[in-house]
Ligand binder design. Structure first.
Ligand SMILES: NC(=O)c1ccc[n+]([C@@H]2O[C@H](COP(=O)([O-])OP(=O)(O)OC[C@H]3O[C@@H](n4cnc5c(N)ncnc54)[C@H](O)[C@@H]3O)[C@@H](O)[C@H]2O)c1
Length: 437
């Protein structure tokens, strides 16, 4: 990839479109509003709170990331989206039950104005949902055309300068790559023939890319991870990334397992179980949607621990992930991990993690960072898969000949080095011999 020349400044407004006005997207929108009004801190957001070291440690140059790269300002963000329920973002936020009454009251004037557009939805792909606020069309291609028109109308009515789309809608059933996904002509033909390999999320991704809108996929669905859409993204100069926001249990897994590997501690087994009671949990109660999530959650350990390179340590570990829908907890998930490790001379040890987390509170800052970084990438002329944004995903998209990088610390280094590279700063290798010359 060529190093960006001059990066265009972020002038005007930045539109954000989310398929799905549910727990994650409304928590994200509400948070931006509260932060803008001085009522909260953007905790968890690297773009808002993170710093980046430049040059040598002795140079003492550590600006905030937002002062180093030209990111859009929070005051310039404008929101819109789609859902199969007609609730305003405020009603959806109230139903999601993430925010307390005080926060809900404060954001009401802002969120009440955000009304979802009709969804491109098909219940065959999300079995446990049934909504009436949906588009009618003669075929899937026509549905995608309607989404493209929605995007154009959103841009016109809000007068935004640029737009980014982040999939914050439900997890669809597990789909395997299909011949129909291979090229743009085969993909478009399949849309016209209502082929079952084309899920609604793919129509949103297609519409976004066709309209020059960067696209991130927050769910584990295949969505934009198709040769046809990657090809289209290059053709249209659109950056894309995914899949599945890295929050909760997988975040913990990708924090802990690099540590075990760094110290050459072995692993016999890792049993993970979750209880959650939000709409996401209800959707994941369907085996088809669960399978998509399970594949996404299982991958990380295999890639981080590299069993082929370390057969004695990781060649034979048992890994199980369970998700149980348990309504009383709402969005406040509980994730248990039992980890059986072994050390010197093979002596076994156990680690127990009980993470009482708040799913959407962890996901909201990820949405914000993805929006700002994708917009930056587009202004820098970067397109296709943005692997440097792997930091935010459970199943990072990468070039077909590569394995995905899951280690959170390598991902962070990659992200920061990409920012340095974009801005013409020296990359940081952490070698540091020069301090001892
Ligand atoms: N919260 C997290 O920590 C987290 C982490 C990783 C991934 N995710 C994923 O993010 C997504 C959103 O999570 P959530 O908790 O906000 O779920 P949610 O159920 O609260 O919201 C999803 C919304 O999407 C809508 N929807 C479904 N299909 C649609 C379509 N085709 N078009 C438009 N709208 C559609 C649903 O009606 C619902 O309102 C899920 O796929 C979830 O698996 C969430």
């Amino acid at each position: 990839m060529r190093k960006p020349g001059k990066i265009a400044r972020p002038k005007g407004k930045l539109g954000i479109l989310t398929p799905g006005i549910g727990a994650v997207s409304t928590t994200f929108m509400a948070g931006v509003d509260l932060v803008r009004n001085g009522g909260a801190l953007p905790v968890g957001s690297l773009t808002q709170m993170g710093t980046i070291r430049l040059g040598k440690r002795t140079d003492k140059r550590t600006p905030k990331i937002q002062d180093f790269v030209p990111l859009a300002n929070l005051d310039d963000l404008v929101f819109g989206g789609w859902d199969l329920f007609p609730d305003t973002a405020h009603e959806a936020a109230a139903k999601a039950g993430v925010l307390d009454a005080n926060h809900l009251r404060k954001v009401e004037p802002f969120l009440s104005k955000i009304k979802p557009m009709k969804a491109a939805f098909d219940q065959s792909y999300v079995k446990n949902l049934h909504g009436e606020h949906v588009k009618r069309a003669k075929n899937k291609f026509d549905l995608a055309e309607q989404l493209r028109e929605d995007i154009r109308n959103f841009k016109k009515s809000t007068k935004v300068d640029r737009t980014v789309m982040v999939w914050c809608a439900s997890t669809e059933i597990f789909l395997k790559p299909d011949k129909a996904h291979e090229t743009l002509p085969s993909f478009e033909r399949a849309m016209k023939e209502n082929h079952e390999a084309i899920a609604p999320s793919m129509l949103y991704a297609y519409a976004a890319i066709q309209e020059g809108v960067p696209f991130a996929n927050g769910a584990p669905n295949l969505t934009a991870e198709l040769p046809a859409l990657v090809e289209l993204a290059h053709k249209k100069h659109v950056p894309i990334c995914g899949k599945d926001f890295k929050t909760g249990q997988t975040l913990m897994k990708t924090i802990l397992s690099p540590g075990f590997k760094a110290r050459m501690l072995g692993l016999h087994g890792w049993f993970s179980t979750n209880i959650l009671g939000n709409r996401d949990g209800e959707v994941l109660d369907d085996p088809g949607s669960f399978k998509t999530k399970e594949e996404s959650k299982l991958g990380a350990l295999e890639y981080i621990l590299q069993p082929k390179l370390y057969p004695e340590l990781y060649g034979d570990f048992y890994h199980k992930v369970r998700i149980n829908y348990y309504p009383p907890r709402g969005d406040n998930k509980e994730g248990w991990d039992n980890i059986d490790i072994f050390g010197w001379l093979g002596y076994p040890m156990q680690i127990k993690v009980d993470f009482l987390c708040r799913d959407s509170i962890l996901a909201a800052p990820i949405v914000l960072d993805l929006v700002l970084f994708l917009d930056l990438a587009q202004r820098a002329g970067m397109h296709g898969i943005q692997e440097w944004l792997s930091f935010y995903f459970k199943s990072p998209m990468c070039a077909p000949e590569l394995y995905p990088e899951h280690d959170l610390f390598i991902q962070l280094m990659k992200l920061k080095n990409t920012l340095r590279w974009m801005m013409g700063e020296q990359l940081i290798t952490h070698l540091g011999t020069e301090y001892y010359d």
